[in-house]
Design a binder for this molecule. Structure first.
Ligand SMILES: [Zn+2]
Ligand SMILES: [Zn+2]
Length: 126
């Protein structure tokens, strides 16, 4: 199997997806067959090179998306429906009050992770 093709295809699938993808999602989405462990290894390499970020939405597995500097999307968070599993991107992030108090502590170059869960509009109704 062609490794370079696999890498390109994984990056392509991540770049066109509107939500972060799990290893399983990738396995189903890829244009050619390869085993899960190969995808897993490739993703780990991407992670080491900072090409992809790992996202934990408390589902018992990780999801992946392209790292921010590689994508036109700006910094964002996710919300996942606890019933149907739908995932949406949250485009804005206003944690300026936290940043102010962290700056007062003398820290710079802050990063944070913050993920939400709830019931989507469809699941709230039923
Ligand atoms: Zn739902
Ligand atoms: Zn944020």
């Amino acid at each position: 199997m062609n490794r370079t093709k696999l890498k390109i295809d994984i990056l392509l699938k991540l770049s066109i997806s509107s939500r972060p993808l799990s290893i399983n999602d990738l396995h189903q989405a890829l244009d050619f067959k390869c085993d899960i462990s190969t995808i897993f290894r490739t993703i780990s390499q991407f992670k080491d090179k900072n090409l992809v970020s790992e996202i934990n939405l408390e589902e018992g597995f990780y999801r992946y998306e392209l790292s921010l500097q590689k994508k036109t999307l700006s910094h964002h968070h996710h919300i996942r429906c606890r019933v149907c599993g739908e995932i949406r991107n949250l485009e804005s992030c206003d944690l300026s009050s936290f940043e102010k108090s962290i700056k007062k502590l003398g820290f710079t170059q802050m990063e944070h992770r913050l993920e939400f869960s709830g019931l989507c509009s469809r699941c709230s109704k039923s």
